[in-house]
Design a protein around this ligand. Structure first.
Ligand code: NAD
Length: 454
């Protein structure tokens, strides 16, 4: 593909290495977001019915905040890091030098189509790479808007957007990249990893999974309900770190379901279909998948349940009486359906979570530190949050990524810079002195001396 070859030439010529070029490009991306805000917000509204506040908060401003952190810290992150040199190698100067990997490929999904493309692209630029971004064809207006804006604002010698679907992505994957950063489902994650293996290209896989929210008997149930409802129904449940299901202590289950229902009413009013503050399902295929789950569940609809295919609307829905083998408990729901399952306590919840693939995020609600610690120590997940949902993503100092089935590698803040850098080990020694102790012929005296020095 010509585009990859031309980016590789740019990289080899060294355009992207100077920190000043990187800073300029990051500022250009920030300008692109500010001046293209209207265009992007319209596209997000069209593709996902995203409320303006959510679009700004979770897509556009999110990129801005990450770029701010990059600009403020790039000088420090890029500085060679000095490490100790053992006596036998003295005198010497040892450093870890962050160098760009080369040409990066970023493949992104449709649910937060601006930030999931631009944050990793910004991290790639920040680390001094050339980068191709492949937006999701499932959010077509946003994909087209980003391609248009990038052509206008970003340095086309080093940064490119390639639009398209499966065929175009597979054509890209046939090329040799120096790193591939993929966000999306695990099935395609395997395709990406297989293609990368062919060129021995390292991959970062940001995948999904079923994120549990555990509500302990000693939780502040009202706050728990509000924060779970917000994290779940944001973007109509199409969020990789949305609480997928709730494991509630039997003693607070009814109170929690009532509080969830109250929160939905407070957030979206009598009829969530009529509010502008609630998003839509991305397309008919996903709508049919989600309505199919609702039709097949053995649970009871405690709130919501209404659907309208013409408007790709599914009401924020809470299910109770759901068994662990119910269809909604098989795969990640990725939509506005929240099953609440009763458990006998946090240890029971821990067993439930441990019996399933490691999730991308895990939430625990309790006022009892001991219970929280038992959950955190007994489980593993990409990230975890106590008494809140989703917002751990907005802490740039926290690496964001999965573990096991929810992915490998991470980004956000410094971690993004590290992901797109190679940590090169560099030892530099003066030519004087050049002690003969390490050279043959090995004598008893040299052996004794070396042992002392090591
Ligand atoms: P998607 O369908 O948009 O696919 C993602 C990307 O993969 C797209 O760019 C698409 O063109 C490409 N693709 C699709 N099929 C392909 C194929 N056969 N070969 C090569 N490329 C292909 O998005 P999706 O997978 O439906 O996204 C939702 C999933 O992503 C959920 O599981 C969600 O949890 C996960 N997700 C994870 C994160 C995270 O940060 N960890 C963020 C958002 C979404």
């Amino acid at each position: 593909m010509d585009r990859v070859a031309s980016l590789r030439r740019t990289f080899d010529e060294g355009l992207t290495r100077p920190l000043d070029w990187r800073r300029e490009e990051l500022r250009a991306m920030r300008r692109m977001l500010a001046e293209g805000e209207g265009e992007l917000m319209d596209a997000l509204r069209h593709d996902l019915g995203k409320p303006a506040v959510e679009a700004r908060l979770t897509d556009l401003s999110f990129v801005d905040a990450e770029i701010d952190v990059m600009l403020a810290n790039l000088g420090r992150w890029a500085r060679p890091e000095r490490v100790a040199v053992p006596a036998v190698q003295q005198p010497g100067h040892a450093t870890v030098v962050r160098e760009p990997l080369g040409v990066a490929l970023v493949i992104s999904p449709w649910n937060y189509p601006v930030q999931l493309l631009l944050v990793p692209m910004a991290a790639a630029i920040c680390a001094g790479n050339c980068v191709i971004g492949k937006p999701s064809e499932i959010a077509p207006r946003t994909s087209a808007a980003i391609a248009r804006l990038a052509g206008r604002y970003l340095d086309g010698r080093a940064v490119a957007i390639v639009e398209g679907g499966v065929e175009e992505t597979q054509a890209l994957l046939a090329e040799r990249f120096d790193t591939i950063f993929y966000t999306g489902n695990g099935r395609v994650g395997r395709i990406v990893m297989e293609a990368a293996a062919h060129h021995l290209t390292p991959v970062t896989l940001e995948l999904g999974g079923k994120c549990p929210a555990i509500v302990d008997a000693e939780a502040d149930v009202t706050v728990a309900a509000r924060r779970i409802a917000w994290g779940k129904f944001l973007n109509a449940g199409q969020t990789c770190v949305a609480p997928d299901y709730v494991l509630a202590h039997r003693s607070v289950e009814d109170e929690l379901v009532e509080a969830l229902t109250r929160s939905l009413h407070d957030f979206y009013g009598e009829d969530p279909h009529r509010t502008e503050d609630y998003a839509r399902i991305v397309n008919e295929r996903h709508f049919d998948r989600l309505s199919g789950l609702l039709a097949a569940t053995s649970g009871t609809v405690a709130a919501g349940g209404q659907t309208d295919r013409g408007d790709r609307y599914i009401a924020p829905t809470v299910l109770t009486g759901v068994g662990p083998d119910d269809p909604v408990m098989e795969d990640e729901i990725f939509g506005p359906i929240l099953p609440v399952l009763a458990v006998d306590g946090v240890d029971d919840a821990v067993r439930f979570v441990r019996a399933r693939p490691k999730p991308l995020a895990l939430y625990v609600f309790s006022q009892n530190r001991g219970a929280v610690d038992r959950v955190l120590a007994g489980t593993s997940s990409g990230g975890a949050a106590v008494n809140c949902t989703v917002v751990h993503l907005a802490i740039p100092g926290l690496p964001f990524g999965g573990v096991g089935a929810s992915g490998m590698g991470s980004y956000h803040g410094r971690q993004g810079f590290e992901t797109f850098s190679h940590r090169r080990a560099v030892l530099s020694k003066p030519t004087v002195p050049d002690l003969p102790v390490q050279y043959p012929p090995y004598t008893k005296a040299k052996e004794w001396l070396l042992k002392k020095m090591l």
